[in-house]
Design a protein around this ligand. Structure first.
Ligand code: PLP
Length: 397
């Protein structure tokens, strides 16, 4: 490592609150599927800022759209209308089939809004103030209090208790565990369509369909968290579209702005018309003209650059190459995932392999201690997959 990089790292460790065990690299710029550190060393990136930079780095059309908006106006307030937000909402409704959009600054904030909307919906129905939400074990929904309260990882929650309360945890893909937790106070069931941080576990179609039917029967709102698995990552704009199961409320972020911090929660007509009203919820920045311009351009480019088609072409190849790799090493016990959201499950901690890969010019990340997660930019090619496999293979030996 260069002296200068070492100096930056030492300064960061003095000045920034240490809430991350960071990889020992100072990144500087990006180009397509590659990142460069401050010494100019090149890295093949299979993380994309954790499923964010779907379009790759330094996308000219995207960058120019942002620059144009910066020169017009970056921020106004949600007390006024702005054209980028109106257009972004229209496009987001079209690709999702949902009916109402609320823009936020992050995924966690989208979850907060979704939870508030669900509680309000139930409150308007029966006036109770003790509604319950069923969430999944191994889930991840973010670090703010509402989102943390429905996150199925006690290690993340315990030091910060009490949580918001009235949350029950069930098991993804175990319908009986859901049924056991439903009662007259249940207002929502929340899950990621494909669990990300918790270990890349896709929800099964039969399970989702039964949960949807149960929610319909009991007028419980189904909230699907598409923050990581949404925006084309699984080969569908939203992962639930594969199953023909539609949520009442959906949370979206990460790939939505492709780097500009923006999220959204979307509601169907039923949830939208009978929940949050003027004065109930707000945000200073959410959906400001710059963030909305990013969403707009991202959705345009998804269409014009056939991003989802590329996912569907490259993902089966990535799966095949990962399966081959897994077959060669007995310490790799499984591969699972959907589209360009894949995990290799090891029988041991993966951190040493990820560090070795970084040294070798490949950026990877874990999902839990023993899973390597692959969430590359959605523009990757089969050649990029081959290059990644070659470097990782060498690191495993
Ligand atoms: C990242 C993530 C979040 C939280 O998003 P932030 O923008 O970090 O607040 C919520 N849900 C899922 C599934 C995520 O992967």
């Amino acid at each position: 490592m260069s002296d200068q990089m070492q100096e930056y790292i030492e300064e960061a460790e003095k000045d920034l609150l240490h809430t991350y065990n960071r990889y020992q690299v100072v990144l500087d710029r990006g180009e397509g599927v590659y990142l460069y550190d401050i010494n100019g060393k090149k890295y093949l990136d299979f993380v994309a800022g954790i499923a964010v930079f779907a379009l790759g780095y330094h996308n000219e059309a995207y960058n120019n759209a942002l620059k144009d908006q910066i020169d017009k106006v970056i921020h106004t307030s949600n007390y006024y209308y702005n054209v980028p937000a109106i257009e972004a909402a229209r496009k987001l409704k079209k690709v999702s089939g949902m009916d109402r959009v609320f823009f936020t600054n992050s995924g966690a904030e989208a979850i907060e809004g979704a939870i508030k909307a669900a509680r309000k919906y139930a409150f308007l129905k029966d006036g109770r103030k003790d509604h319950e939400i069923i969430a999944m074990n191994h889930s991840f929904h973010g670090r703010t209090f509402g989102a943390l309260s429905v996150t199925g990882n006690p290690k993340y929650r315990e030091p910060f208790e009490p949580m918001i309360g009235n949350i029950r945890f069930a098991e993804l893909n175990d319908f009986d565990s859901i049924v056991q937790n439903v009662n007259e106070k249940t207002c929502a069931i929340i899950m990621e369509t494909v669990q990300g941080e918790g270990g890349i576990f896709p929800a099964e179609e039969a399970f989702l369909k039964k949960v949807r039917a149960l929610c319909d029967e009991k007028d419980i709102l189904l909230i699907l968290d598409e923050v990581q698995c949404g925006m084309g990552r699984t080969g569908y704009m939203f992962a639930w579209q594969k199953y023909g199961v539609k949520p009442d409320i959906m949370a979206c972020a990460k790939g939505l702005g492709c780097g500009v911090p923006v999220g959204a929660f979307l509601l169907n007509e039923k949830a939208g018309a009978h929940s949050l009203v003027a004065g109930d919820h707000g945000t200073t920045y959410g959906g400001n003209p710059l963030a909305a311009a990013a969403v707009n351009k991202v959705l345009d480019l998804f269409e014009s650059d056939h991003i989802i088609e590329n996912v569907n072409e490259v993902a089966p190849y990535l799966e095949k190459r990962l399966d081959e790799l897994a077959a060669r090493y007995d310490f790799i016990v499984a591969r699972r995932g959907a589209g360009l959201m894949q995990g290799l499950v090891f029988d041991r901690p993966v951190a040493p392999y990820i560090n070795k890969a970084l040294e070798s010019g490949l950026i990877l990340i874990n999902a839990g201690a023993d899973i390597i997660r692959f969430v590359p930019p959605l523009i990757i090619s089969k050649q990029n997959v081959d290059d990644m496999i070659q470097i990782l293979d060498a690191c495993l030996q």
